[in-house]
Design a protein around this ligand. Structure first.
Ligand code: NDP
Ligand code: A1CAB
Length: 257
């Protein structure tokens, strides 16, 4: 079994640890400076506050804040036969490379690793099988150019927050019109889940799928006319663009340090 360690068990790292634990594909060591963070994953991993223990794994994932990652990678002192995966938003491979002897891979995961529904973007000259196996164990991944990492970060890294917002808006509309809040949340969230699954499985385009829901003279077309006449698509594009720009700024900040 591949030995993986996850350094930083906050929101993202703990989601990965839980997802890997469900998959049963890896022996996972979880490392964090915060004992409370480790407590949240103690049921699904060997836990440690000692980075030198975590550094013994075949694949070491760093899931700590972008501003801390260079120092932490320096201290890990990994060897060439190890693989280092950085989840840090806006930290280019070229910044981390001089600080490690390990094979370095930059990836942008998301919180759905916890339920093994993660969408991840990964970049690197060659992506070792150990990394594709790890990412594949908790969801789907696509390989992108490093120059595409800022936009990928916005779409799939930040994306869950944008989707949570949209689910909330759909729930609130249901509640305002008389549904119980819990019922409205289930109906809205399950509808997003089902629609996403349909897009992933169907060979039809998104436009064809919209058409399939719109019965002639029915209900959906009335709602779609409102969306098509609105600037909802622009608001989504603006949100994605703002996140993309911030990812690029993070890189510039790190370069300045
Ligand atoms: N949250 C998300 O949805 C996503 C996050 N990411 C990336 O993942 C990384 C982590 O983000 P997130 O999980 O949200 O951040 P969190 O702050 O929730 O988690 C980071 C954890 O790392 C701990 N930590 C800090 N320094 C060290 C160290 N030297 N050794 C071990 N642990 C340490 C922190 O402890 P303490 O709080 O005490 O400092 C904290 O528990 C970031 O780089 C982010 O860009 C990527 C995709 C999605
Ligand atoms: O907000 C952030 O910076 C991190 C990276 C992507 C999701 N969360």
């Amino acid at each position: 079994m591949v030995r993986a360690s996850v350094i930083g068990c906050g929101n993202m790292g703990s989601a990965l640890v839980r997802g890997l634990s469900e998959s049963g594909t890896h022996a996972v060591t979880a490392c964090d400076v915060d004992p409370a963070a480790l407590e949240t994953v103690e049921d699904c991993a060997e836990t440690t506050t000692d980075p030198s223990v975590a550094a013994e794994a075949d694949v070491v994932v760093v899931a700590i804040k972008p501003g801390l990652v260079v120092d932490v990678v320096d201290d890990l002192d990994l060897s060439p036969d190890q693989i280092l995966v950085s989840f840090a938003a806006g930290v280019p491979t070229s910044v981390l490379e001089p600080h490690t002897d390990a094979t370095l891979v930059r990836a942008m995961p998301n919180l759905a690793a916890e339920t093994q529904n993660m969408a991840a973007a990964v970049t690197g000259e060659t992506i070792p099988e150990e990394v594709t196996t790890l990412l594949g164990a908790v969801g789907e991944f696509v390989e992108v150019e490093e120059s595409q990492m800022d936009i990928a970060t916005a779409v799939n890294g930040s994306g869950p927050a944008f989707v949570f917002y949209l689910i909330g808006a759909m729930r609130d509309a249901g509640v305002d019109a008389g549904l119980e809040p819990d019922d409205a949340e289930v109906l809205a969230a399950q509808t997003f889940k089902g629609a996403a699954e349909t897009v992933l499985r169907s060979e039809r385009s998104i436009e064809e799928l919209i058409d399939a829901v719109c019965s002639p003279k029915g209900t959906t077309i009335e709602g779609m006319e409102v969306l098509w006449d609105s600037t909802a698509d622009e608001a989504v594009a603006d949100a994605v663009g703002a996140a993309e720009q911030r990812s690029a700024e993070l890189a510039a900040d790190i370069d300045d340090d």
